[in-house]
Write a protein that binds this ligand. Structure first.
Ligand code: SF4
Length: 300
């Protein structure tokens, strides 16, 4: 597949065109129009880099190198790349991702939860308000919108909110504990053009996961939720957190054994919870030594 990228929102680069080609997963870019040597080198390096990284999954024929990035090539990626050029070449940073808490309600009682504190102080945005917020995010340049909570699947208007966002503008993801990630719900989410789900998993030991979540059977829901989401054609990421007790290598090893049929995505990603903030000075050198925190992505 081939797509021509244009940058009308960057007056300095309005004559620049990039023809991005994806030939069976191999990415390349032809540069046309007016550009500087610096722009040429930057663009070439970017696409060579992502060609070398490879694709963990495909989405409508485009490469998905990470759940946090728009598929390449795609109209949404044209927007993301425009923000990248704006930042590097013009020193005009644009926001690229927004995480929106859409409810404080949740079935779990996790020790590390920060949503509990919000529930007393924050009012919840209505369906109409959320349908207004998303275009505002997009107007700012955002290309990744993630809905979280509380538990976002407790909102029955979630699909309506998701479907109000054009996939040509931004990818949409959710974070979920998977308790409501039924076969029927995953089909509805796919129909609404959800890009992917991040499913929380605190431990590969079922009883430990259930204990940390405060709900018996939540580990089983994660397993079923992963399966349902994959069958519906959604991209799936497993989200966990590092504590000093659960050392990085152990978390990594456990997750490797949890889901065996997927692709493995290397992505530096660290979730810091208030419970562990006092210990982060010990955790960060560990992260550095290990090189990367590994994040699991599974394709259908
Ligand atoms: S599942 Fe998420 S929102 Fe619910 S209690 Fe746990 S951390 Fe908080």
């Amino acid at each position: 597949m081939e797509l021509e990228y244009r940058f009308p929102e960057l007056p300095e680069w309005k004559d620049l065109r990039i023809i991005v080609n994806n030939d069976n997963g191999r990415l390349s870019a032809l540069i046309r129009g007016k550009y500087s040597l610096r722009a040429y080198l930057l663009i070439k390096t970017y696409f060579i880099f992502y060609d070398k990284i490879g694709s963990l999954a495909t989405y409508q024929g485009a490469n998905v190198p990470s759940l946090y990035l728009t598929p390449m090539p795609s109209k949404a990626h044209n927007r993301m790349f425009s923000a990248f050029l704006s930042l590097i070449l013009l020193k005009r940073p644009l926001p690229m991702a927004a995480t929106i808490g859409i409810t404080t309600q949740c079935q779990c009682t996790c020790l590390h939860c920060s949503a509990k504190d919000c529930s007393k102080k924050q009012s919840i945005l209505s369906t109409e308000e959320l349908k207004e917020v998303s275009p505002q995010c997009i107007e700012l340049g955002i290309t990744n919108i993630t809905f979280t909570g509380g538990e976002p699947l407790l909102r029955l208007d979630l699909e309506e909110i998701i479907s109000s966002i054009s996939p040509d503008q931004a990818i949409v993801l959710i974070f979920t504990n998977a308790l409501e990630l039924t076969a029927q719900r995953t089909k509805l989410l796919k129909k609404a053009e959800l890009f992917g789900v991040h499913i929380s998993l605190d431990s590969a030991d079922p009883s430990e996961h259930d204990y940390l979540r405060g709900v018996n059977g939540s580990f089983n829901s994660v397993q079923k939720g992963v399966q349902n989401a994959l069958e519906a054609g959604l991209l799936v990421g497993i989200s966990t957190y590092v504590t000093i007790e659960k050392r990085l290598t152990i978390v990594f090893y456990q997750l490797l054994t949890f889901v065996s049929n997927g692709v493995f995505m290397k992505f530096p990603f660290l979730m810091v919870f208030k419970l562990e903030i006092g210990k982060m000075n010990k955790v960060l050198p560990l992260i550095k030594r290990q090189g990367r925190y590994y994040y699991r992505t599974v394709k259908k």
